[in-house]
Ligand binder design. Structure first.
Ligand code: ADP
Length: 477
């Protein structure tokens, strides 16, 4: 058994703000069949502490950057869990990164440096084979291994779930990080005159991974690397891409308790019940045209401004749109105005609603994902599993997981969706027109739905790839 310590700032089902939580929560079970025993380390936020039934104190830290802490050991879903109980850092109401008003906690650098330091010390002292750090919040873990455990450091993996979030802090925190002066350098933690947590982790880790092969290539370019493209390029083949999986216990139309009608690839006609229910829920007219859906953060990254621009085209071409999302006020206003212009044709729900997102995948005909960049993306994977055909920008994980319905792919029965180049109004409008044309050929459309439903994006394949990477690094391949 290979022993891996995974450190992340969130994991389902305990604490989630985004895709990172899904991955950190799913990995331990995905790795178990591959001879990897993964222990997860999480911060002791109140809901995490409450979930520990009868915790044992596994370790005590007298001085985690000036704070006391203990590691509580428990189990979660049959997997080993360690929680850093440091009340001064993590025992507060609000979100994992900020208060109830969305303001970042001013000591986030200290909170996540302490988490990282605990992870590094633990990995070495307890003889873990690998330390796996996720995102900037854990970025200092490989850094502490490098500077505080030189010569006996545990091999480390740094996974980047989104290059847009880097954990950049002022120069003044450097002296309080417990690092030697040598760490203040361009190949250490220094980044544009401050301290970059993600940058530091990427510089120190043995291997960098991100969540799709295409995104792993894209982040070598300034457009996607967000300032770290030079560092990525310099790490050469030590930057890998492994796509995320989806959890079939949560996302399977054959046994999804949220749906009006459950179905499989062999009973696609049953989707009609879900479509009618969805139309009613969004106040949309019923007709024989396609129902597009969007489930998304409403941000520039997700191309939602372009969606606002093509809303009229979508309706004039015979489509309808049901949208669920939350985010930028300007985009909410633009989408609300589109819905007001097209009553019965465009319906929107602003907010976060997990159950509704399931009903939308099961009742929609096609899901639009016009992201400007997308490290992996999950909603297109849910779309594939649910026969809700993904219409996606050709970028990152969207490019890697959807097979465009070009003539060759259609002839081979391989097509699973529609891809388009460049996130612009004309390109998205064209993709919508192509989608509607395909939808009007029922045999072809069904073949695309079925091919998508057959594609396996559960964790089986990606779990094996992570296990192989750990073995390589531990010298146990
Ligand atoms: P990102 O992590 O960049 O937001 P992903 O596609 O990787 O994008 O993951 C988004 C996840 O959040 C998916 O599981 C999606 O279904 C869910 N989601 C996004 N917005 C909403 C919403 N408003 N209501 C319910 N689920 C949402």
């Amino acid at each position: 058994m290979l022993r891996v310590l995974s450190v992340a700032s969130e994991a389902v089902p305990l604490v989630k703000t985004g895709g990172l939580a899904d991955v950190a929560g799913a990995l331990p079970a995905a790795l178990a069949p591959h001879g990897v025993a993964m222990t997860s380390l999480l911060p002791g936020y109140p809901p995490v502490l409450r979930a520990l039934a009868k915790p044992l104190v596994a370790w005590k830290f007298d001085d985690l950057l000036g704070h006391k802490g203990r590691l509580l050991a428990g189990q979660l879903g049959g997997q080993d869990l360690l929680v850093l109980d440091a009340p001064a850092l993590f025992d507060r109401e609000g979100g994992p990164y900020g208060d109830a008003n969305g303001r970042d906690w001013p000591d986030n650098w200290l909170r996540f440096a302490a988490l990282s330091l605990a992870a590094a010390d633990l990995a070495v002292r307890q003889g873990f084979d690998i330390l796996h750090a996720h995102d900037w919040q854990a970025g200092m873990a490989p850094t502490y291994l490098r500077y505080r455990h030189a010569g006996q450091a545990t091999p480390s993996v740094m996974t980047v779930h989104n290059m847009a979030f880097q954990g950049h802090f002022g120069r003044e925190i450097f002296d309080r990080l417990g690092l030697p002066a040598a760490a203040w350098s361009i190949d250490g933690v220094e980044y544009h005159g401050g301290v970059g947590f993600l940058k530091a982790g990427m510089a120190a880790a043995n291997v960098i991974t991100t969540v799709s092969p295409s995104y792993a290539r894209e982040i070598r370019l300034p457009e996607f690397g967000m300032g770290l493209e030079g560092l990525v390029a310099s790490r050469g083949t030590q930057v890998r891409g492994i796509v995320n999986g989806i959890d079939p216990a949560e996302w399977n139309p054959a046994n999804d308790g949220h749906l009006a009608a459950r179905y499989t690839a062999a009973s696609l006609a049953r989707r009609r019940g879900n479509k009618r229910a969805l139309e009613a829920e969004f106040g949309l007219e019923s007709d024989d045209g396609p129902l597009f859906i969007v489930v998304s953060r409403l941000t520039w990254q997700k191309g939602m401004d372009v969606l606002v621009d093509v809303a009229d085209h979508l309706v004039h071409s015979g489509g309808r749109l049901a949208l669920l999302g939350s985010g930028d006020a300007g985009l909410v206003a633009g989408l609300s105005a589109a819905a007001a212009r097209h009553p019965g044709r465009i319906g929107i729900r602003i907010g976060y609603d997990e159950a509704l997102s399931h009903r939308m995948q099961a009742g929609g005909d096609a899901i639009l994902v016009p992201s400007r960049f997308e490290p992996c993306g999950l909603t297109q994977l849910y779309g594939l599993a649910y026969g809700c055909v993904p219409v996606v920008a050709r970028t990152g994980g969207l490019a890697d997981t959807v097979i465009d319905a070009n003539i060759a792919a259609l002839a081979a029965g391989a097509a699973t969706g529609i891809q388009f180049n460049s996130v612009s109004a004309p390109a998205l409008a064209d993709a919508i027109s192509r989608t509607i044309a395909l939808y009007r050929q029922p045999a072809l459309w069904k073949a695309i739905q079925r091919a998508g439903m057959k594609a396996d994006f559960t964790w089986a394949g990606s779990g094996a790839l992570y296990a192989q990477l750990y073995r390589e690094l531990a010298g146990k391949s």
